[in-house]
Write a protein that binds this ligand. Structure first.
Ligand code: G
Ligand code: G
Ligand code: MN
Ligand code: NA
Length: 251
């Protein structure tokens, strides 16, 4: 109950914040994206979404929080655009938001902040997309028409259907970090990652590996032809600075 009251106050006040983690093209070395990750500064301590989103959901706060995140991400994207950046800010989307007018919110916010669709991307898990496949297909197509990119998050861990994958036409598959963890040393992980990259390629979709923590993992992903990379090795999520995020090491 304590947590609930605090969450209500967090939404009303100024204690939710977004941190950003760069996504790097393995072809050009450029930071082409930045994933927005929600944090709650509670009594000075940073709390991650894993610790409060489930409570928020039980309180019916998922949608207001998702809207707050989308707006804050667009506001930051607009600041970075004014500073000359051209990459996309990626937002994680909840099932509730996908079901209840994500594309309308995106359209309205792009207009409000004067942003092109190419400034924004969404990350949606396979499981979320499959809750209502028809709605997901229509939403992703609308986003694409707006120029907003859609990535399937945690790919390989949900229950995916290749038939729907074909219809969804995402821009990118994000290879789940549970496969990336062992990619350099476990033959099975390596083969799974290879299969995802090759599936992505045959569909004309790009592949992004998340959770890269070591140079060995990065080298293997490069060798397998992965298009983009993200992880602690390159940079940890951090509060936004005046200019577009850069990577600290690893390339
Ligand atoms: O940043 P962290 O590793 O603590 O995130 C834990 C989980 O919370 C991840 O699965 C991530 O996708 C999810 N998450 C992070 N930010 C958001 C957000 O703004 N909205 C939603 N729905 N999920 C988020
Ligand atoms: O589920 P999703 O892919 O959105 O999860 C993103 C989460 O992964 C973020 O909360 C972020 O803090 C976390 N993350 C980012 N890079 C790494 C990494 O290199 N290793 C681990 N273990 N987690 C990471
Ligand atoms: Mn994500
Ligand atoms: Na993910």
């Amino acid at each position: 109950l304590d947590l609930m009251q605090a969450l209500h106050a967090a939404l009303a006040g100024d204690v939710l914040e977004l941190h950003f983690q760069p996504i790097v093209s393995l072809r050009t070395g450029e930071v082409t994206g930045a994933e927005a990750l929600l944090r709650w500064r509670r009594d000075g301590v940073l709390v991650g979404p894993g610790e409060f989103l489930h409570v928020a959901e039980s309180m019916g706060l998922t949608l207001p929080i998702g809207r707050w995140v989308l707006r804050a991400a667009c506001a930051q994207a607009a600041r970075w655009r004014r500073a000359g950046a051209t990459g996309r800010v990626f937002v994680n989307v909840s099932p509730a938001h996908l079901a209840l007018g994500l594309e309308d919110d995106v359209r309205a916010l792009l207009e409000e902040f004067g942003l092109p669709g190419s400034a924004l991307g969404v990350e949606i898990t396979e499981t979320t997309l499959m809750q209502d496949p028809e709605t997901s297909i229509s939403c992703l197509h609308t986003l694409r028409d707006l120029g907003v990119s859609a990535e399937i998050d945690d790919f390989g861990t949900g229950y995916s259907s290749l038939a729907y994958l074909k219809e969804l036409e995402p821009q990118s598959l994000k290879i789940d970090r549970t496969f990336v963890a062992g990619v350099h040393r476990d033959e099975r992980d390596r083969r799974i990652v290879q299969a995802i990259i090759s599936l992505a390629r045959s569909l004309g979709v790009s592949s992004t590996a998340e959770g890269i923590e070591s140079p060995e993992q990065l080298a293997t992903l490069r060798e397998l032809g992965c298009d983009a990379a993200q992880g602690y090795l390159l940079r940890r999520p951090a509060p936004p600075e005046g200019s577009w995020p850069t990577v600290t090491a690893g390339l």
